[in-house]
Design a binder for this molecule. Structure first.
Ligand code: ATP
Ligand code: MG
Length: 601
């Protein structure tokens, strides 16, 4: 491609709309253009990158025996009602774009495809002999994200590879899951990314396992905890660790103490001269179940620990049956406005005890009249502890479970693991922390969708059995941008060679120099012919402008037919290192071939 004929517009200044480096660079270098909130046009350079990433993904998927297909993006609401997700996706989470057609039928734009694929399996897979089966597609997904941001990282329209596998049993599922873990590692390695596979939360879906593939970068929205020995890595949402040891309590007898201005654990411990490990703190949450019932949740946890909301949400989902519900729609810490809707009187915030009376709740049809009391494991074994007194300005010390306070019946593990904690597999290892961008997620689904949608096959014994399923997603457009987030410098993007839009760019320093033009044209034809994807910067611009642009768009090798022409050579500059060397014109092709092959393999 000749730059003189290309839609090639670069910006000198960082666009105001962009916060992180990769987003700024992709806009500045003319790869993407914002059309609306979370909606981007992939311009010609970006589209080439996306096609390269897709091709790597496709090759790795095909190698595992998965088959590519293309499913509809317009999905009938009925399918989502069968799985029970229509209301959650269109209203509660609100992530699905929903619409009504001219016949008054409801439809959604696919945020994911479990419903569609399960329907196909239900219709077409009759016998165990047809299993296992794995179908995948590479396609645009639609999600009405609450906070679209960072360009392609969190778009409302983005490209995903999603695959779904069907099995007769868990063992077969596990095998495909392992194959996928390997395929995903291959994809990311081949795309030139530094990444880590981590244990992930499988949320309300349950299932027996899930891993995320995290590209390591400061701008990542996720926190990853891992150990140096390489034995453990998990998303903080899921991570486990050993809490610090408890310090023995200095309080031998139960008494109430005046502790004004001690709403926080820090202040309280200063005033009482105790350790936060001797405190039971009581944290209030508000959960709304899918039948509209609000439940106030009081979590008692050790003072030095924090509640992990993802873990708490999972526990509350397990308890949904107690409230005649199926799932939790919202989980929040109720602010003053939320409290006004149900609080019968003002709460002793900062001074609550585990036995905070139920009469603080003005129960109603929508609000459960009793607190759901949960205790985290870290608080269960404490003795002579400090906690609230249910009276502002006062705490109690020397308290014990089942003496002064009944131990809540439901014991849960909802503490947040954090950097510096000892690892469970080996207490000598401490957890380290890194930021990650989730580019892939693989999942053992089990029978959740097949059961809900009545998708069964006939087993060898002649029984109707629900499919055992797995699902596997890669954010193709997010992956492409995360490569930039990991690889840039002050001059612009540094594409990994495998996914660069072009391998090389020939920048003609002066287009009125006929010798320069002649050599450039010759190389341009020759390189492209031999499979080295090459751009020709034949614009009537100063050499400096062309070099800047070549650096900005991040093409791995820049070829300059300049001063060295008199000795039959051109200058070749490597983008990543700015290393420059002079190469005989006749050897440019073979040299670049070698370099590219070495970089890609
Ligand atoms: P996240 O936690 O980032 O919202 P998710 O868990 O909802 O993602 P999945 O449903 O597991 O994502 O989708 C599979 C992959 O699709 C993700 O690993 C990610 O790479 C990509 N992806 C998800 N949402 C977006 C988005 N809004 N924009 C771009 N890529 C996305
Ligand atoms: Mg995910």
């Amino acid at each position: 491609m000749r730059l003189s004929q290309m839609l090639f517009v670069t910006l000198r200044e960082d666009p105001a709309e962009a916060e992180i480096p990769s987003h700024k660079l992709l806009l500045r270098a003319g790869y993407i253009r914002r059309i609306g909130s979370g909606i981007y046009a992939y311009l010609p350079l970006m589209w080439r990158v996306l096609k390269k990433v897709s091709q790597i993904v496709r090759e790795e998927m095909d190698a595992t025996g998965a088959q590519e297909c293309l499913l509809p993006q317009l999905q009938p609401a009925d399918l989502w009602r069968e799985s029970g997700r229509w209301d959650t996706y269109t209203q509660a989470e609100g992530i699905m774009f929903a619409m009504t057609d001219r016949q008054q039928r409801e439809l959604g734009l696919g945020p994911t495809h479990e419903e569609v694929i399960t329907t196909i399996a239900k219709d077409m897979i009759r016998s165990y002999r047809q299993l296992p089966l794995h179908l995948y597609q590479i396609q645009t997904k639609f999600r009405d994200e609450i906070r679209p941001r960072f360009g392609l990282m969190r778009g409302r329209e983005f490209i995903m590879k999603d695959g779904y596998s069907f099995h007769t049993n868990e063992e077969s599922l596990k095998k495909t899951y392992q194959d996928m873990a390997q395929a995903y590692s291959n994809m990311l390695r081949r795309s030139g990314l530094q990444f880590r596979a981590v244990d992930a939360d499988s949320g309300a879906i349950g299932g027996s396992g899930s891993q995320e593939f995290m590209v390591l970068a400061e701008a990542g929205e996720d926190e990853v905890l891992y150990t140096e020995d390489g034995q453990y890595a998990a998303n903080v949402e899921k991570a486990v660790s050993m809490p610090a040891d408890v310090e023995p309590s200095p309080f031998a007898t139960f008494e109430k103490r005046e502790t004004p201005g001690t709403e926080t654990i820090d202040k309280l411990c200063k005033v009482l001269k105790c350790s936060p490990t001797q405190v039971v703190k009581n944290v209030l949450y508000q959960a709304v179940y899918d039948n509209g019932i609000t439940v106030l949740v009081l979590v008692s946890i050790r003072g030095d620990q924090d509640v992990n909301q993802v873990k708490l949400l999972n526990e509350l989902t397990k308890l949904a049956g107690n409230y005649q519900a199926k799932t939790v729609l919202f989980l929040t810490v109720p602010d003053a406005e939320a409290q006004r809707k149900w609080a019968a009187k003002s709460l002793p915030l900062g001074y609550m005890a585990p036995d905070l009376a139920d009469d603080y709740i003005a129960g109603s049809k929508e609000v459960n009249s009793k607190f759901l009391r949960l205790v985290d494991r870290t608080a269960v074994d404490l003795t002579n502890f400090v906690t609230g007194s249910n009276e502002s300005g006062y705490h109690v010390v020397g308290a014990n479970w089942d003496k002064e306070f009944p131990l809540p019946a439901t014991v849960v593990g909802v503490r947040t693991a954090k950097k510096g904690d000892r690892a469970v597999h080996n207490p000598e290892q401490t957890l380290q922390s890194a930021r990650g961008i989730e580019v892939g997620h693989i999942f053992q689904l089990g029978t959740k969708y097949s059961q809900a949608m009545g998708a069964t096959y006939t087993s060898e014994q002649g029984e109707e059995m629900p499919f055992v399923m797995g699902c596997y997603g890669v954010g193709v457009s997010r992956l492409a941008q995360s490569a930039v987030e990991q690889s840039y410098d002050k001059d612009g993007i540094i594409w990994p060679v495998a996914i660069a839009p072009y391998h090389a760019i020939i920048s003609i320093p002066n287009i009125s120099d006929s010798q320069q033009v002649e050599v450039a044209e010759k190389l341009y034809a020759e390189l492209n012919q031999s499979g080295i994807e090459t751009l020709l910067d034949d614009r009537d611009e100063r050499a400096g402008v062309k070099f800047k642009d070549a650096d900005l768009i991040g093409i791995p090798y820049r070829i300059v037919p300049g001063r060295s022409l008199k000795s039959g050579k051109v200058e070749v500059v490597e983008r990543a290192t700015h290393k420059s060397q002079e190469i005989l014109i006749d050897e440019v092709n073979s040299t670049l071939k070698q370099w590219i092959e070495a970089a890609i393999n």
